[in-house]
Design a protein around this ligand. Sequence first.
Ligand code: AHR
Length: 513
Amino acid sequence: MNIIKHSLAVLGMLAAPAFAAGEVSISIDAGKPGPVINKNVYGQFAEHLGAGVYEGLYVGPKSDIPNTRGWRNDVVGALKELHVPLVRWPGGCFADTYHWRDGIGPQDERPNVINTNAAGVAEVNEINAVGTHEFFDLIDMLGAEAYVNGNVGTGSVQEMSDWVEYMTSDGGSPLARLRAQNGHEKPFKVAYFGIGNELWGCGGNMKPDYYANLYSNYEHFLRAPEKSRPKMIASGGDTTWTDVLSKELKGRTAGISVHQYTIPGSSWEVKGKDLGFKEGEWISTLANTLKMDQIIKDHGAVLDKNDPDKKIGLMIDEWGTWYDETGARSALFQQNSMRDALVAALNFHIFHEHTERVPMTTIAQMVNVLQAMILTDKEKMVLTPTYYAFQMYVPFQDARSLPLAIKDNTSYTLGTTTVPGVSASAARAKDGKVYLALVNTDPSKAVDVTVSVADMKLKGASGKVLTSAAMDAHNTFQQPQAIKPAAFSARAAGGKLSIKLPAKAVMVLALAE
Ligand code: AHR
């Protein structure tokens, strides 16, 4: 696959660092609530790729692994704890080779096909056991919204139009009747529908003008009842794509997607290892992650010019770490360490900052692929540090962001690379409480942080911290609890909270009045 990306891109004391750097002051204004952080910023991506869907999520109803209509009970149970708001499916590159009719009707009559889009690493058999109805079963179990990605690359306008009608028609159309015959009388609710994926590459090697015309043509024929019409998403690329698409597709698209992965190295040929890396790759990974902010600003500036009313969202529907393949497991399987938890948290803070332009993101991916929440090996399952980051940040879903300023921030430098020492984000959650999230990027120095909140009599704080002794601390099938969040609390004095933020830590606290 041709991949071109935008950038190479306690009171309870823990195993702690010997040195504390200077004091960082954080001030939050609880009296000036900002925009709502759309819960869909915490979306997930499940592609038919490697062991992402089959084995990772779906084992079939006859499996010895406990399941509900084929979906693994352990994995679904763990995902429910994340309040997964949205799932993108079936691809990715897979979407542009997927023919939805292969995945409906009796499972044992569905065709076996070759999945040629296992991210360029392998060809795998696609058994089509998971199709439209099975996907919506998962969506229902998770209580999530659906983001379905259609096929432009090898499909047709008719095929895509039929799929949207099959899913959404509530009338007596032949496709609605077929859906009912297949066991689902009522229409499925499709929140977002993607018109192709990475059309500049695996989706068909197109130019933006050509795709803009195709998009208009496809979108024109996507029939859905007005009240349940999905938000249509155009698949973008670099800022030239965003420019062309936002000019040409005004009024016809709810969003333009951008994919931005984090790799530790400086080229896609040598990305870097998932484990056993040196400190140089710790800092380069974090520095490359922080490029997300500039990427959003660059695309945002183009959108501000072409879409000043902010009708078009920037959908970061693929993000996360991508390391060198080890070949030991399924395609794009990689381990996930403390470093990945920081990558997730730093991205969350950036998304919160840009919430008015970025209403939705989906991390790549949910299970067993790239920066996953969960890894599985037959009947075993482990939760990754990224899982815990998503779990700790649940209160930020649909919370109202709060202005936050950091004074006297530390910086963390190695060689010629410097990143800010502390990253922070605050919001008032739906439960009425103010939450503060903190990241310390320095892998060996703790930092003293004081927090004051305007418009609030701060008494203390409690929550969770995720930290570790090793930079690549991770969970394995043998040691599934090697790294997990610990309880943390702090008391305030004179309206100020004093926190010792451990080295390489992600912390989320509920502030108490
Ligand atoms: O997430 C893995 C792959 O990365 C997706 O299929 C594709 O869209 C991207 O290049």
